[in-house]
Write a new protein. Sequence first.
Length: 461
Amino acid sequence: MAHADGFALSSPQIEVLRRHGSELAATAGTVLVEVGARSYPFMVVLEGEIAILDPSGGELARHGPSGFVGETNLLSGQTVEVSAVAATDVRYLAVERDELRRLLFENAPLGDVLLSAFMARREELQRVGGAGIEIIGPRSSEPTRRLVEFARRSRFAMTWRDTHDDPVAAAQVAGRLETELPLVRLPGGAELTAPTPGDLARALGIGRQLAAVEEVDLVIVGGGPAGLGAAVYGASEGLDTLLVEGDALGGQAGTSRRIENYLGFPAGISGADLALRAITQARKFGARTATPYKAVGLEAGDGVHVLHLEGGHRVRARAVVLATGAEYRRLPVDRIAEFEGVSVFYAAGPQEGRLCGGSDVAVIGGGNSAAQAAIWLARGGDPVSPRPCRSTSSTISPGTASPCGTAGRSPRCTGRTASWRPSRSRTGSGCRCSSCSVSSGRTRAPTGWRARSPPMRTASS
Ligand SMILES: Cc1cc2nc3c(=O)[nH]c(=O)nc-3n(C[C@H](O)[C@H](O)[C@H](O)COP(=O)(O)OP(=O)(O)OC[C@H]3O[C@@H](n4cnc5c(N)ncnc54)[C@H](O)[C@@H]3O)c2cc1C
């Protein structure tokens, strides 16, 4: 039987929640939250037990008195991926989502407990697999890889079924044109054909649909720490603030396992937790966030600037903050895109460690991120070869050996074995490995689309 996850509320906290919710009862076996539901109330167990089940009925956790049901989707509005069932006769408090959000803003100690629990549960959901969306498509398909990467960065619980390795999945999409891939199954069973990241986000109930033309006081491009910080300041000063993000909110920081040097968190904080807190804080002041919308052009005007987004949307704003951060330096290698997100990763944390479990991995780079990547990959059981970068003109020769699946390793982790050779290496030796983590530094995000003339403020790192 699964156990409670250790998060519990104190009696005074339950009393606060009681004032904002209603007390309900259910008999054993009642389904309180269904997979695929659009929304559900926050639930605090007063008596009895509530079980959390994955879509196949496997028990993931069980919450008893003082325990509670809820995770990050209570705040984001994302479609429910697991069900909650009364394991015994149960008495519980139900607090509606909007009411809970208000409480989180007003009651910091309660907010701390809930946000920590929500983040830990999201990580657990991503770790255990079997819940969430299913993406079916081959790694040779760019739209499939793009969607998988978006789902990973957005911290969706997800299973990718690569049709190159999975005959059952291949049969499920047999006869479809390449343009009809990937096939995506949502929690609850609905299917999407070749969705864009935006289609997927909106089908999951997150991601604001922008009007063709939006008018705001302040538009911010980029949802990393700098952009989210700007959103908090703008909105808290009363500006009608819109933040547009081309990928997942949180930026690079959102992928960091633990940030030790961020002001105000002496014990450190995970990047995902920092991002969730920043997003919650920005929304508290009324900032709107829109993802994924990529800015592609900016016309600086006299008093009103026009930001152009992919898909033809425009945002008219009196002020624009560009917080587009940095972009990873990529190895100048033919066909590198085919391997990115499959067996070449820019930075590596626990997720990549799990994906590459037990395979040979080369870490390219010798700085801070490379060291972090080496630690996480080695913890995942991978034999790691650190390869300090001496030159940016390294070579990687993909496709020379068998898929690592045939070598008895996780078929999920890679496409093909790659060999890597620093062009000015003294030894001249290459490295044969199944995966690469590339940490060869960053450059500013591309700015070709930016305005031709001031005024604008840039808040990129
Ligand atoms: C694995 C890892 C660990 C790290 N650990 C630490 C640490 O411990 N301590 C530390 O101080 N720093 C750490 N960093 C660095 C830190 O995360 C960055 O310095 C920080 O995220 C920079 O914030 P930012 O908002 O300026 O840019 P970013 O975080 O890069 O965010 C920029 C955002 O802008 C978006 N964007 C770019 N162009 C567009 C466009 N045209 N339209 C819409 N959106 C766009 C991007 O998608 C991105 O989300 C780490 C980074 C990584 C990757």
